[in-house]
Design a protein. Sequence first.
Length: 254
Amino acid sequence: MYPEHKFKAMSKEAKAKRMAELLRVIILQLGSDIPKAKREYETYASYMQLEPNKHLDGKNQAELIDLYKTFRSEAGLAFERDVYLEQEPGDRLNAKEPPIPFAVLVHNLRSAFNVGSVIRSTDCFGLEAVHLSGYSSSPNHVTLKSAARGCQEWIPIKRWESPLECIEWHQANGYAIIALETGEDIPEISDINWPEKGLVILGNEELGIAPELMAKADTKVSIPMSGRKASMNVAGAFAITAFCIRQAFKKIIQ
């Protein structure tokens, strides 16, 4: 943190750049000491005698991003993609429909972008939660946040030490276990009779679902391929599955 005399001696552009850097930390929740970044920002804001609308108090995420953009412009810099993607102008304040009793277990997905996409699809199709295990990325990963587009802030996400513990908990609470996998002997998605509650298991992009997890499945489901490829991206496959589950659930409750 700069002392007052040194900060005031900076150029206007350098001051604006530092303010934008602090806002980036706050917006993306980078590091473990977010309160320190907020204190430093407010100290500099006092040094600069900024108007009240440039202080942090009462600001929501969209307003913080607008403030970040203001300082980046004053510094002569362009916006950074990871910060820009934190804002979705079309987002609702509340979900259009309540979540349905289906969740997803994401085990050993290598790509943080895929994990973020799964979180976003969970929100889009109104499933209730995302469960992580193995080396699947955590919600604070910058690439995951870029793909999730803010959904990681409100979708319930839980990490389990063991995927089997997650499966066993859901079985004990009446959830059917659904394995999304490829294979000629696995029923196609259009032929599935969906349960009233379920946990969808996703596996590694290359290796698929581990055999010990497949053994726990009550239902196995595949998405038929019409082209030359035998499989599709796991996040895209989950989005199709989540849509089908939501549509089926509407018929169940009618």
